[in-house]
Design a protein around this ligand. Sequence first.
Ligand SMILES: [Zn+2]
Length: 171
Amino acid sequence: MNTKLIHSKVNAILKTIVPIELPINIEELAKKRGLDVLPYDLGQDVSGLLAIKDGKGTIGYNITDASVRRRFTIAHELGHYELHKEKSDLFVDQQFIYRRQNSPLSFELKEMENEANYFASCILMPTDQVRKALEIMDINLVTEDGIKELAKLFDVSTTAMSLRVNKLGFF
Ligand SMILES: [Zn+2]
């Protein structure tokens, strides 16, 4: 995974918001990048998609998903747009976080999914903001309640927050 590229893309986008307020308004950010963001009835198995036509990107998210899920989906699809738009003009995502292990995807597709997921966590839970929140809130991260409180602040799932804090080495 090209984490360097992902960090630089994420930082460039975050720089366009001054000051950064939490939770990150991911829908507005995607729109700022020129994308349309629209709700769709995508059924039970699809969380979101990115379609690119004549250079114009449209993100569709599942209208039946909970808010934290939709936000992650939009961030994930924005990741595909920023990182992978030269490789395909259509990305359709299953409920990716939880089903990824069993999916019969090729290595390259899996890698793109991992990259889009990592992009999504970095943009929804920026390193500096997570660190500051921890300093200010004095959260004891070892507890489940601490993670829950942090997840609420960033409007992400506790699973996503737990993974992020782990990755940042704050656990
Ligand atoms: Zn994806």
